[in-house]
Every structure is written in structure tokens, then in C-alpha cells.
Design a binder for this molecule. Structure first.
Ligand code: HEC
Ligand code: HEC
Length: 214
């Protein structure tokens, strides 16, 4: 597949001009908390998720943006984001219930994580890709969209700092292989398709190890 080189300027322009944030309904945190009982088996009671090395990782939801969570639930339900594990749980929720559960997870404090430290090689490559990108290979810095310190920007750009490494890596590979395609303007496809496995492992390990709150 041919993908246009994404320049820094176009990355920034796309991210700040073209994306219209998902229209989130207002969620009720107390009702969302009740609904979240069925999610805890995987996402855990405190929303911390689990890295599940060698198996399907469960992303941390605590402290993610409510509009972003709601977008993902809507898209698991419609099939725009395909995942066999999540689909039945998204199907249980009407849009008000999705808004409620999104508001609940967004309201939770980010639990302390204890990720495996990146190796020295991952540390320098991961940090470089996250903060500066690699312009020889048209890889833009993650932080140019996901925000300084990768803490997320609004409902469009999810927080990556402190997310599970296994989950970050799995999503990048899913984009690269055409298995996830719900990103606006194919922004993540353009990034992930230029990354090799070593890049993905390094940036995932590095991001997972960054503080999730400032
Ligand atoms: C059986 C395990 C399981 C249960 C129960 C479960 N999930 Fe998930 N969830 C997953 C997995 C696995 C993923 C990652 C899917 C992927 O790789 O695309 C995920 C992903 C998500 C995401 C996307 C997060 C992101 O950062 O993009 C959201 C939001 C979510 N789940 C919400 C929920 C809610 C709300 C419930 C309860 C109504 C729930 N999940 C129940 C396993 C589960
Ligand atoms: C041009 C902007 C842009 C750049 C640069 C970018 N991303 Fe993204 N990223 C996005 C958008 C937009 C989404 C949300 C997709 C959606 O709505 O489902 C996203 C989502 C993600 C997700 C899914 C998170 C979740 O909770 O499901 C991961 C993982 C991710 N990006 C990793 C990276 C990494 C690592 C880099 C750097 C190598 C990077 N991104 C660079 C725009 C960007």
C-alpha cells in the first residue's frame, strides 16, 4: 500500500484542524459505576487493566478521556473497531450507558503501574521516537499528537504514558496489519506502517514507563 509521506506540518495541521472530536453525551458517573461491574473481570476494579504478557492485554481505562472511551465503545459496537473480546460488552450498552461508563472510568484516579523497565536500547530509541520521531523514515513524534509527555489531548488523542506496553504494541501492530482502522484520517496507519518491530517494542516499553499523571 502506498502511503503519502506525513510531514510534521501536515501531522500538526491534521491533528488540530481536521479532527472533529466525537460528540460525547453527558455521562452519569454513579450509574456508570454500576455498569462497570461487568467490565472489572478484565479492566479490573480500579480500571488499571493488565498487561497479560503473552496473551491479549487489557488496556487501562482509569483516567482516559470520556469522549475517547465513548468513541471506542461506539465503534466496537458498530464493528468499525473489530475485537471479538470487546464486542459483546459494547453490544450491552446503549449510547447513554456507554456515556455513563465512560464518565465513570474518566473520573477514576490513574492507579500506580509497575511496568518492566525498558532496556537501555529501548530507552534511547523509544524516547527518540516518542519525543522527536525519525524524520529520515517519516515517523512523526508521538508527542506531536498525543501531547507533551504523551498524556493525551482532548477526546481525539488518547493518553499513552503509563498505558500497558503490551497493549500499545498490539495496537500499533494491528494498525500496521490493517486490523485496526478506526483512526480519523488514517493518522495512526501512517505512523505504524513505518515502524518495524524493534521500533514498536521500544516506544511501547518507553511510553509504558512514563508517569501517567503530571
Ligand atoms: C473479557 C475481557 C473484557 C471485558 C469483560 C471488557 N473488556 Fe474492554 N477490552 C478488552 C480487550 C481485550 C480490549 C482491547 C481490544 C483491542 O485490542 O482492540 C478492550 C478494550 C476496551 C476499550 C478501548 C480502550 C482504548 O484505550 O482504546 C474500552 C473503552 C473498553 N474496553 C471498555 C470496556 C467496558 C466499558 C467494559 C464493560 C462494559 C469492558 N470493556 C469489558 C477486554 C474486555
Ligand atoms: C498525526 C497524529 C498522531 C501521531 C503522530 C501519533 N498518533 Fe497515535 N493516535 C492518533 C489518533 C488520532 C488516535 C486515536 C485513534 C482513534 O480515534 O481510535 C491514536 C491512537 C493511538 C493508540 C491507541 C491508544 C488506545 O488507548 O487505544 C496508540 C497505542 C497510539 N496512538 C500510539 C502512537 C505512538 C506510539 C506514536 C508515535 C510512534 C503515535 N501514536 C503517533 C494520532 C497520532
Amino acid at each position: 500500500m502506498y502511503i503519502k509521506p506525513l510531514t510534521w506540518t501536515s501531522a500538526v495541521l491534521l491533528s488540530f484542524c481536521v479532527l472533529t472530536p466525537a460528540q460525547a453525551e453527558t455521562g452519569n458517573v454513579a450509574q456508570g459505576k454500576q455498569m462497570a461491574a461487568v467490565c472489572a473481570a478484565c479492566h479490573q476494579q480500579d480500571g488499571s487493566g493488565k498487561n497479560n504478557a503473552g496473551a491479549e492485554p487489557w488496556p487501562r481505562l482509569a483516567g482516559l478521556d470520556a469522549g475517547y472511551i465513548q468513541k471506542q465503545l461506539t465503534e466496537f459496537k458498530s464493528g468499525k473497531r473489530a475485537n471479538a473480546t470487546m464486542k459483546p460488552f459494547a453490544m450491552m450498552l446503549n449510547s447513554q450507558q456507554a456515556a455513563n461508563v465512560a464518565a465513570y472510568y474518566a473520573s477514576l484516579p490513574v492507579p500506580a503501574a509497575n511496568p518492566v523497565a525498558p532496556t537501555e536500547a529501548q530507552q534511547s530509541l523509544g524516547k527518540k521516537l516518542a519525543q522527536r520521531g525519525d524524520w529520515d523514515r517519516y515517523i512523526p513524534a508521538c508527542n506531536s499528537c498525543h501531547g507533551p509527555d504523551a498524556l493525551g489531548v482532548g477526546s481525539s488523542f488518547p493518553a499513552l504514558a503509563g498505558q500497558h506496553a503490551g497493549y500499545i504494541a498490539q495496537q500499533l501492530k494491528a494498525w500496521r496489519e490493517g486490523k485496526r482502522s478506526n483512526d480519523p484520517q488514517d493518522l495512526m496507519l501512517a505512523v505504524a506502517s513505518r515502524m518495524n518491530d524493534a521500533d514498536i517494542d521500544a516506544v511501547s516499553a518507553w511510553l509504558a514507563h512514563q508517569p501517567a499523571v503530571k
